[in-house]
Structures are given as structure tokens and as C-alpha cells.
Design a binder for this molecule. Structure first.
Ligand code: ATP
Ligand code: MG
Length: 331
């Protein structure tokens, strides 16, 4: 049986595991080309939780799907690359990617009931993932599943093994979803809004579970959310995206105590756990991604907008180990 590795046993903690480089993904075609992801770069380090935060439509799911090679046919990768363990995975053949997906990169989505098969016992669904990727027999897979259910704090795993998805609450179903995602001991977990459909108490239990799994297994997590509030006490680094571009990236403490980008301030002001008081508000909507502003994409809503902001894309600035794309800040 493959034992779960503890974080302190994992070598190379802090090394870059996945690198998204100048990624551009557009949907549709001219003249209605939607620039959904428009030059996005960030790194995910080993053993760290990286949060990707931005409002609806900012391109988060598109980025997640590109990491998993699950983009819909309407999406075109226009530029950029994604390196996993130093190797480009953006243009792998589908068979090669299938081997990585599920085994090396696990995924959790918003609605576990939508991807669990309603006709198969949940335990068997986790076992199937193990049998597919690890070439083991049914008996061994079964005992591994019980072990995994214990890892995700499912009480009474022997009994839950035989449940069908409809017998589970949303929180329990998401624990099963996480079990499938971590079954093969992946090094990266991509979690796209894993708690948005759950009530607040369950939401925080699932987020703590992700944090504990990251610590115990040395798992890197890309946690996608529109709510900066869920990220505090959880993520190590935060990448703020707005309208297909990175607005700011920093460690979680700096994001909360010293946000640089006005958009980060807006997100903080609207989150429940803001540590700073901000009076800024930004009304309005994301710009039309078929015809985005020539300068900063946030310029149409920014309370501090300067003349230059509307015409020139901001250069990257920021102190060590952080980035902000804003003409006003970080200089
Ligand atoms: P949400 O928080 O609502 O999940 P998101 O940040 O995940 O939003 P995406 O789903 O990546 O954003 O969408 C980014 C942009 O790409 C949006 O303008 C969206 O309308 C567009 N888009 C997404 N999928 C498609 C598609 N299959 N065809 C055309 N446009 C799409
Ligand atoms: Mg999304």
C-alpha cells in the first residue's frame, strides 16, 4: 500500500511545482473574440495553497480548465505555456494528459453531485480511480478507499462506502469528491469554487479539510474563489485576477494588511473578514472582454483612476516577492 507522505518528508517544499506563463485563452472568433485570459502568469509552489481570486467572469475557471486540459472546443490557446514539474503540459497528447490528470493533478469542482455517478456506490467510485491509475485489485482498492475516507474525515467510512450520491449531504458529497481527487496521491489539487454551494459552517469545514490535507500530504492546492474572505487563514499566496489579467499577487498576509491594487481593496471591502477598513467601492461591471479597455482593465471602475490608466497597460511593480499592476501603486 502506498503510504501518504507527510509534508516534512517531502523534499523540495517551496520549489515551483506548476508555472503558468503568459497564458492567453480566447473564446469564439473575430469580431466577437472574448479575451477571457489575456497574458496571465503565476507560480504554484510545492506544499503551498495558492488562491486565485476574482469576480465572476474574470477567467478563473478557464485557467483551471487549461491546467487540466479540459478546455471546451470554443476555447483557443493563443499564447503561453503551463509547466508542471518543469515540463510543458499545455499541448500534451490526450492520452499523456489523462495519465497526469487524476494521478498527478487532482480536481474538485463546485457541485460534486454533478460529477458523481448517481448509480454507483460512492466508495466504488473512489476505488475506480485507484484501479484505473494504479493497476491494483478490487480488494486493495477497497481498503485504500476506507483509508482515504478517514483522511477526509468521513465518519463511519465502512458504512458510507456503500452509500449512493443522493444519500449524501452537499458537504459529505464534496468529501467524496475530494477523496477521488486525492486518491492517487497527486502533488497538485485544483479546486474550483469547492464550497460555493455549501452553507457557511460546512464551507469552513471543507476549507479546513483542504488546509489539513495540504499540510499532512504536502499537497499543493490551487484554490479558486470569488470571495477573498474565504482565503484568510488558508492560503499562502493570493493571485488576484480581474477581467483576464493578474491585478496583484502577494502572500496572504500582505493582501489583507497592505493591499496594493484598488481592485484588491474592493474585494476586501466586500469580504466578511476584512482586516482593514476601506471606504472604497467600485460600482459597475467587468469590461466587455470582446473590446477591453486599452489601459488598465479596472480603469473603468477604479475610484483613483488617472488619465494614463485608460490608455496605457500598467507595468508590473511591487516590493520583493509581490506584484501589482497599477500606475498609482507599488512604485
Ligand atoms: P465564475 O466566477 O462565474 O465561475 P470565472 O472567473 O470562472 O467566472 P470563466 O468561466 O473562466 O470565469 O469565464 C471567463 C470569460 O470567458 C467570461 O466572459 C465567460 O463568459 C467566457 N467564457 C467561458 N466559457 C466560455 C465558452 N465556452 N464560450 C464562450 N465564452 C466563454
Ligand atoms: Mg468559474
Amino acid at each position: 500500500m502506498v503510504a501518504f507522505q507527510a509534508k516534512d518528508q517531502i523534499k523540495n517544499v517551496g520549489e515551483v511545482l506548476l508555472s503558468v506563463r503568459n497564458l492567453r485563452i480566447y473564446y469564439g472568433r473575430e469580431p466577437a473574440l472574448i479575451r477571457a485570459v489575456d497574458g496571465v502568469s503565476f507560480d504554484i509552489k510545492r506544499g503551498e495553497i495558492t488562491a486565485l481570486v476574482g469576480e465572476s467572469g474574470s477567467g478563473k475557471t478557464t485557467i483551471a480548465l487549461s491546467i487540466l486540459s479540459l478546455l471546451p472546443p470554443a476555447a483557443k490557446i493563443v499564447e503561453g505555456d503551463i509547466l508542471f514539474k518543469g515540463r510543458s503540459i499545455l499541448h500534451l497528447k490526450s492520452r499523456e494528459m489523462q495519465r497526469i490528470r487524476g494521478k498527478e493533478i487532482g480536481m474538485v469542482f463546485q457541485e460534486p453531485h454533478s460529477y458523481l455517478n448517481p448509480l454507483i456506490k460512492v466508495g466504488d467510485q473512489v476505488a475506480e480511480t485507484l484501479i484505473l491509475h494504479e493497476n491494483i485489485g478490487k480488494e486493495e482498492a477497497r481498503s485504500r478507499v476506507i483509508n482515504i475516507f478517514e483522511k477526509v474525515r468521513i465518519a463511519d467510512p465502512q458504512r458510507i462506502y456503500h452509500y449512493y450520491p443522493h444519500q449524501l449531504s452537499g458537504g459529505m458529497a464534496q468529501r467524496v469528491g475530494i477523496s477521488i481527487a486525492i486518491a492517487c496521491n497527486p502533488s497538485l489539487l485544483v479546486a474550483d469554487e469547492p464550497t460555493s454551494n455549501l452553507d457557511l459552517t460546512v464551507q469552513s469545514q471543507i476549507l479546513h479539510l483542504l488546509k489539513n490535507l495540504s499540510k499532512e500530504l504536502g499537497l499543493s492546492v490551487l484554490l479558486i474563489t470569488h470571495d477573498l474572505g474565504v482565503v484568510s487563514g488558508l492560503a499562502d499566496r493570493v493571485v488576484i485576477v480581474y477581467a483576464g489579467k493578474v491585478a496583484e499577487e502577494a502572500d496572504v498576509y500582505s493582501i489583507y494588511t497592505n493591499p496594493q491594487h484598488p481592485y484588491t481593496e474592493v474585494l476586501l471591502a466586500s469580504s466578511r473578514v476584512a482586516k482593514i477598513k476601506s471606504n472604497i467601492e467600485a460600482s459597475g461591471f467587468l469590461p466587455d472582454l470582446r473590446n477591453p479597455p486599452a489601459g488598465c482593465r479596472f480603469s473603468t471602475r477604479c475610484p483613483y483612476v488617472l488619465e494614463k490608466c485608460s490608455s496605457e497597460p500598467p507595468e508590473v511593480r511591487g516590493p520583493n516577492n509581490s506584484r501589482v499592476y497599477c500606475w498609482l501603486r507599488g512604485g
